[in-house]
Design a protein around this ligand. Structure first.
Ligand SMILES: NC(=O)c1ccc[n+]([C@@H]2O[C@H](COP(=O)([O-])OP(=O)(O)OC[C@H]3O[C@@H](n4cnc5c(N)ncnc54)[C@H](OP(=O)(O)O)[C@@H]3O)[C@@H](O)[C@H]2O)c1
Length: 332
């Protein structure tokens, strides 16, 4: 494993992080989830990403139990707040009330006194940014979180938050956007602004939820047990990539991966890590073998000719529109 600084902070994160969206507390039984966490640790992954909302708060509890007994100093634990965790009007968003209540719930489920990074899961247009940032500052000053991050915020929103963070003497160090060979919407605006501000990207779905492994074939049904067959939640999210034109072009990447001596998953993860503003790629996994495959992308250098060949194949289906970075107009 290789390690990078999280943005312009002193915190080191593993180039590959393990995230538990869709899997822990939902798609995968607890024994399997624990086996994945232990495999991640054995492979040198030290950074774990979760959120209060995942599996209706169960994902944090599963992760907390799986990490129980590990040396806390050897881990970076990241969680998030914004999406609903209950039915009440205040069980969501980035109000001072919900931020305070949510961090306390997360810490208890994760069985830790602090998280290394606390992230705003989306921008909340119905709470003044000043209120949210003050609530984050109070959490940092109480020692419940060390650093602050955001997720899927636009460049202008990251800039406004960074200004307030400076005033409040807390460190806004990261943004967590979707980023993969297929989804490059951060490149035009979010990345240049983040570079200027010292904010690093911790990118999600670098394998496009499994699509970039090439295991979904055009015109055929999805492999047994894959996310596309997870009717509880996964199928709903991966659907956007399951189009025959996308799947056919992904198949064309196979000879490129083979020539580079990489698996398709390794090629996908290595691709996002070529961007120097990316601090870590958060992969998901339903089985330890997937992590064993994916971690080999750490430290891989892809040459310009290979990157050009990828672009030539994927160009017609790559999403680049910066307007696709968005948060709900109203609280969910
Ligand atoms: N901030 C946000 O809004 C946000 C949104 C989404 C995700 N995230 C974060 O990003 C993390 C990763 O997202 P993701 O799970 O979509 O990432 P991903 O790494 O693109 O996809 C992971 C899924 O792909 C399949 N897979 C992975 N490696 C494989 C391999 N080597 N061979 C075959 N299949 C493989 C597995 O699903 P199957 O085995 O079921 O096919 C696995 O669960 C999440 O856990 C979460 O922490 C954040």
């Amino acid at each position: 494993m290789q390690y990078r600084h999280l943005g312009r902070s002193g915190l080191m994160v593993s180039e590959i992080s393990y995230g538990n969206w869709i899997t822990h507390g939902s798609q995968v039984e607890e024994e399997q989830a624990t086996a994945c966490v232990h495999a991640a640790l054995d492979l040198g992954i030290t950074t774990f990403d979760t959120a209060d909302v995942y599996a209706g708060t169960r994902a944090e509890s599963v992760l907390g139990r799986a990490l129980n007994g590990q040396r806390r100093e050897g881990l970076e634990i990241f969680t998030k707040v914004y999406w609903p965790t209950g039915s009440g009007a205040n069980d969501r968003g980035l109000s001072r009330k919900h931020v305070q209540e949510s961090i306390n719930g997360s810490l208890s489920r994760l069985q830790t006194d602090y998280v290394d990074l606390y992230q705003a899961h989306r921008y909340d247009y119905s709470t003044p940014l000043e209120e949210t940032m003050q609530a984050f500052a109070d959490i940092v000053h109480a020692g419940k979180a060390l650093y602050i991050g955001v997720s899927e915020w636009r460049a202008s929103e990251i800039r406004a938050a960074a200004d307030l963070a400076r005033e409040l003497k807390i460190q806004l160090v990261s943004n967590q956007p979707q980023y993969s060979m297929l989804w490059r919407v951060i490149e035009a605006e979010v990345v240049p602004t983040s570079e200027e501000l010292g904010v690093g990207q911790i990118v999600w779905s670098p394998i496009a939820q499994g699509v970039l492994t090439g295991k979904y074939l055009p015109g055929q049904s999805a492999p047994e047990g894959s996310r596309a067959t997870d009717e509880k939640s996964g199928a709903n999210f991966i659907r956007r990539f399951l189009r025959d034109d996308v799947l056919a072009r992904v198949q064309q990447l196979k000879p490129i991966a083979e020539k580079a001596g990489l698996s398709m998953a390794q090629l996908a993860v290595a691709w996002v890590l070529q961007n120097p503003n990316v601090s870590s790629a958060i992969v998901g996994a339903t089985r330890p073998e997937q992590l064993q495959d994916n971690v080999k992308a750490a430290g891989v250098k892809l040459d310009a000719e290979l990157l050009k060949a990828i672009d030539e194949i994927l160009d017609p289906i790559v999403e680049r529109d910066p307007a696709k970075t968005e948060s709900p107009a109203a609280r969910p």
